[in-house]
Design a protein around this ligand. Sequence first.
Ligand code: GMT
Length: 376
Amino acid sequence: MKIGIVCYPTFGGSGVVATELGLGLADKGHDVHFITYKRPVRLTAFHPNVYFHEVTSLDYPLFEYTPYETSLASKMVDVVRFEKLELLHVHYAIPHAAVAYMARQILHSQGIDIPIITTLHGTDITLVGLDQSYAPVVEFSINQSDGVTAVSESLREETLRSFHISRHIRVIPNFIDFSRFRKINKDHFKRAIAPDGEKILVHISNFRKVKKVDDVIRIFEIVSKKVKSKLLLVGDGPERKYMEELCRSLHLCDEVRFLGKQEAVEELLAVSDLFLLPSESESFGLAALEAMACEVPVISSNAGGLPEVNIDGVTGYICETGDVQGMAQRCIELLEDESSLATFRKNAFLQANKFDIREILPMYENYYHEILAQKV
Ligand code: GMT
């Protein structure tokens, strides 16, 4: 199949899922064309079946805001026509679903019919999509897509609750590639970070408010009083400077390391004992799944789709969003009991296996075939 994938190229979960999906499809022999404004961060090596089409916009003094949507639609039309794509799969509804609708209309006027599949990832529905400045377009473009998927049951339900949706939404969960995410030996690295055998807690995110990184730090403050430990904060974003200030005011700077954006997160997970994800909203929690694949139990909030990934009392613990004391208590319990920690590590790995890319990828392929068959 010749598939076009439109996504954000950045570190965010939707771009990561889109890129890994495209690479997985290419491994299976499909031709995959990524269409976005920058090479996706996880698209690093050359692959004979993978193409990247960079969207560029002509700048003009009249434009206070460069009309990216127009450039993207034009690029989509061009790539579909000249690369003879059979299907467009867009990740994150805003603005991709609306732009795909526009591209499809243009192509239709040129005698080309191409189905569009939109995958909803989370904030395109919850925090951003619901805002009145986007909502009518989001609702319309979801309903106009030929196929719609959501990354968790919780996100599907939230979409149906929040918008008037006439389309069936198929849940296809996010997935993990075990050839990359698995426990590897990085003991030398562990000794460098925790020279006195301290436990290592880790949080990885884009440092937006919704991730509650302040709760991560406050949980760690309580834990570190009971258990000798270090906290690794991986990623970057608007909250980072406030989080640095918070660490200073709590006198935690020697115990907390801000590592910024990292490519090889699996190496950091390899040395970690617990993963913290106390988010206020989380459609799935891909970062938690990546941790679990590396045998790191997760202490998380109960937001959105997190309970579909992290199983309370089995692969980690789940507390109410904002329950800093509760999450800290659960961390202490696990860190102080080596045998439970080992069991939770094993359970986390087994649960992650349910999301093996080799199981999930065929769900997308089957869905593509279903949608293509409906178009004929
Ligand atoms: O977590 C973010 O803010 C980034 C966002 C994105 O779209 O890039 O992530 C969302 O999509 C991920 C991949 O499907 C999910 O694992 C995240 O849970 C989801 N984030 C939220 O719902 C806040």
